[in-house]
Design a protein around this ligand. Structure first.
Ligand code: KIV
Length: 275
């Protein structure tokens, strides 16, 4: 297969061009195998810093480091070939200056080969987003509930629940759009607000707990597979994989303990699995 024949990945401009068109499908993935499955159906794979909570059992995303994001981002790049892989910038890697943000984003792009980064914040990050976008870094912004701000917002509650509180969230979305972000995640806001923002700004809105009124949707893969112990109320569980995993682990343990574990003819060589 020549370089030209290789399947082309979606790019940030491809996603930007989908505003108002076919809905954008996005799921998180943190490892090669699930990335391969997600890649077959999604336009964007988000290597979210939610990996701190989902994979590492942390209480918040704050302890996640740039090295953790790069390691899992590399795995997702290896496992996928079509979707735009977007990697979250973790807390502390981009907020102190636009230069710090560029240095961190450049590491992510150079060391993983991914196509875009995501960072949290609206108006306060607009100058940084412009700086990055002008220097070749495609930025997905993230407004509404921003989990990295948990210590200042106090809880993972829906944002803008009263109409009186909508203004700052609308201003945040407008600011990141004007600054050159190619898309924006809107987390945990009410449908009328998501609808107003989606109509007002020129880049695609990707909702999480923000109603179908967005240009696309993102979910945390483990949440929708029933593998996370606690999930936000809005999450539809498309599968309940926990009991299946438990049954398999129990079956293995029982076979080993009862000396019924299969002999070597079942354990050597490789065979294809449905995954
Ligand atoms: O870290 C993450 O997975 C995210 C999504 C929830 C949007 O930011």
């Amino acid at each position: 297969m020549s370089v030209q024949d290789e399947i082309k990945r979606f790019t940030a401009p491809d996603i930007r061009a989908r505003k108002g068109g076919e809905p954008i499908v996005c799921l998180t993935s943190y490892h090669a195998h699930t990335a391969g499955i997600v890649d077959r159906y999604c336009d964007i794979i988000l290597v979210g810093d939610s990996l701190g909570m989902v994979m590492h059992g942390l209480e918040t995303t704050l302890p996640v480091t740039l090295d953790m994001m790069i390691l899992q981002g590399l795995a997702v790049m290896r496992g996928s070939k079509r979707a735009l892989v977007t990697i979250d910038m973790p807390f502390g890697s981009y907020e102190s200056s636009k230069e710090q943000a560029f240095a961190s984003a450049a590491r992510v792009l150079k060391e993983t080969g991914c196509g875009a980064i995501k960072l949290e914040g609206g108006r306060r990050m607009a100058e940084t987003i412009r700086f990055l976008a002008e220097r070749g870094v495609p930025v997905m912004a993230h407004v509404g509930l921003t989990p990295q701000s948990i210590n200042t917002i106090g809880s993972f509650r829906a944002q803008g629940r009263d109409e009186a509180d909508w203004g700052p969230i609308e201003d945040d979305a407008q600011a990141v759009s004007d600054a050159g972000a190619f898309s924006v995640v809107i987390e945990a806001v009410a449908e009328p607000l998501a609808r107003r923002i989606s109509a007002a700004i020129s880049i695609p809105t990707i909702g999480i707990g923000a109603s179908p009124a967005c240009d696309g949707q993102v979910l945390v893969l483990e949440d929708m597979l029933g593998l996370s112990p606690r999930v936000p109320k809005f999450v539809k569980r498309y599968a309940e994989l926990g009991p299946g995993i438990e049954a398999a682990v129990k079956g293995f343990a029982e076979e080993v303990r009862s000396r019924a574990f299969p002999g070597p003819e079942h354990t050597y060589g490789m065979r294809k699995t449905p995954g």
